[in-house]
Write a protein that binds this ligand. Structure first.
Ligand SMILES: C[S@@+](CC[C@H](N)C(=O)[O-])C[C@H]1O[C@@H](n2cnc3c(N)ncnc32)[C@H](O)[C@@H]1O
Length: 272
């Protein structure tokens, strides 16, 4: 099969699973060949080496497996991170949480923070690259994220700035902290997710409890009880009201909510 024929075949295979089957077919073929997408245009008549392997990649994508798990890499902020099954694929919405957190770190000259739920390391790695004086203790309750985050931290040479620790929330973090940042699981147990998420991404990274905001509320309580000054979290688009009520009950200095680029409520900063 030539490059041109392989693309025609792949586009047909992907048309149910993908919104942009032609684009994804090109991405996967380019990745398979170890080339840029533009290479495909100038080499339409070339034969595709190891065609069966390419066909297997397309079959995986046709079954809704996320592109990032197939190629083992996700682009986030200004970097690429290794990802694999068991580790959440970092989302563009989370870039907003980083910018908000970076604003506080800069304004308050903060140097000691923790991240709850490190996943691939996306948040901690971008923050550590922005602030070379920053020390981060990054926790996760699962093994796969800790292993993959460790690999990504190594890729960027950030071992001296980011310490990984297996912990429920910040239970095992006894060091003094000025700020906690987290993109915790915040989806309600019965929420119906698209197949590419529900069938492939780790449940521990998605579901926050029956209502969804249980873990967020526990994080707010823990950070307040520990006397840490700031907390910055991502949340679900429909969680502003219950979280506002919750902090009104427990008492905080202020809570500021922020929106994502789609204009949806997406997170908050609390000063205790
Ligand atoms: C939504 S993912 C976020 C991953 C990454 N920070 C990001 O933004 O891409 C949530 C992460 O929290 C971890 N997690 C879930 N419950 C936890 C808990 N009780 N304590 C610590 N980490 C937890 C999950 O394993 C998962 O890696």
């Amino acid at each position: 099969m030539t490059v041109k024929q392989a693309l025609v075949w792949a586009k047909e295979e992907l048309k149910v699973a993908c919104e942009r089957p032609q684009f994804e077919a090109e991405l996967l073929l380019a990745w398979h060949l170890g080339q840029e997408r533009s290479y495909l245009i100038t080499h339409e008549a070339d034969r595709v080496d190891n065609l069966e392997i390419f066909q297997q990649l397309i079959q995986r994508r046709a079954k809704h497996e996320p592109y990032e798990y197939i190629v083992g890499s996700a682009s986030f902020y200004d970097i690429h991170l290794d990802v694999e099954a068991g580790v959440l694929i970092p989302r563009p919405e989370t870039e907003m949480l980083i910018d908000v957190t970076a604003g506080i770190i800069q304004k308050e000259h903060i140097t000691r923070i923790a991240e709850i739920g490190v996943g691939s390391g996306a948040i901690s790695i971008v923050l550590a690259r922005k602030f070379p004086q920053l020390h981060i203790i990054a926790t996760d309750i699962c093994e796969a994220p800790l292993r993959v985050a460790g690999k990504n931290i190594g890729t960027f040479g950030l071992e001296r700035q980011i310490t990984l620790r297996k912990s429920n929330l910040i239970d095992e973090v006894l060091e003094p902290l000025e700020l906690v940042v987290s993109n915790p699981p915040y989806i309600a147990e019965d929420f119906v997710l698209a197949s590419n998420v529900a069938d492939y991404e780790p449940k521990e990274a998605l579901f926050g409890g029956r209502v969804g905001d249980e873990l967020l509320k526990q994080i707010i309580l823990d950070v307040k009880q520990r006397g840490i000054r700031f907390l910055a979290c991502e949340m679900g688009y429909d969680q502003k009201e219950p979280l506002q009520d919750f902090v009104n009950q427990i008492g905080v200095k202020y809570i500021n909510f922020f929106k994502d680029l789609a204009g949806l409520d997406r997170g908050f900063v609390i000063e205790f």
